[in-house]
Write a protein that binds this ligand. Structure first.
Ligand SMILES: [Zn+2]
Length: 244
């Protein structure tokens, strides 16, 4: 169990992980990691407009539809597991018990790295709240005084995946991940999000643009890698190295 590589995605709503780090999920599964996705809410109120426009829609029906879509997307990405905390959205709020539930998940997964949203998002405060909770629960999971006897968490990197309307969010990528090998999985997962068809091509374009940045930063004209699709991330914590 100790040498198992794992990753944990903390997604505010049930579709965010698809657009923003679907490639990272599929790629790391392919590399032998076990990637667990936690959806704090279904995005049932704020990110399900197409469903709400249908006749006779109810909150429970929307949640069910969103869950089915997210499970199909997770399957397309070959994710190890997807969990739903059903904490509600718009606004998303976790009380202390819910936070401890998330800490239990973090400790059980013992992620090598974590993924969540940008730290600032004036259009969708649920997103930046999810990141605040991710940092808070990472901290609690590291505390020897929280549920003594459980295995405490090390210091997994927290990568912030790319938000919508990137330039408005103060998000600045410092890592580009080549996801060309698993683009078919990500595209299948994107297409599973039938309620948000208006976003499909936007995120295809974004992956192509980030691939341009991957090529430029991996060597550019002097031998950059020929990535076709990529995802960008901003890391929060310093890396510890013996060599630069
Ligand atoms: Zn969202």
């Amino acid at each position: 169990m100790s040498d198992k590589k794992t990753a944990l995605v903390i997604s505010a709503h049930s579709a965010d992980f698809v657009w923003r780090c679907g490639g990272a999920i599929a790629l790391h599964q392919k590399k032998g990691y076990e990637v667990t996705i936690v959806c704090l809410s279904y995005g049932e109120r704020g990110e399900s407009a197409k469903l709400w426009k249908q006749e006779g829609m109810t909150l429970e029906k929307v949640k069910t539809a969103r869950r089915v879509e997210a499970e199909a997307a997770a399957q397309a990405l070959n994710a190890h597991e997807i969990k739903f905390m059903d904490a509600g959205d718009y606004p998303l709020e976790l009380d202390t018990d819910k936070k401890f539930e998330l800490v239990d998940i973090i400790r059980a997964v013992q992620p090598t790295f974590m993924l969540s949203h940008s730290t600032y998002d004036p259009y969708n405060t649920d997103h930046m709240y999810a990141t605040k909770v991710a940092m808070e629960c990472r901290m609690i999971a590291q505390a020897w005084g929280h549920n003594p006897g459980q295995k405490v968490l090390g210091a997994p990197q927290l990568y912030l995946f790319e938000p919508h309307q990137t330039e408005q969010m103060g998000w600045k990528p410092d890592v580009f991940l080549d996801i060309s090998d698993v683009w078919d999985n990500k595209w299948a997962a994107i297409q599973a999000m039938k309620g948000q068809e208006h976003l499909w091509t936007y995120y295809e374009n974004q992956a192509e643009n980030r691939a341009n940045h991957f090529r430029r930063n991996s060597g550019g004209m002097a031998g950059g890698r020929a990535a076709k699709y990529a995802e960008g991330f901003q890391s929060i914590y310093p890396r510890t190295v013996d060599e630069l």
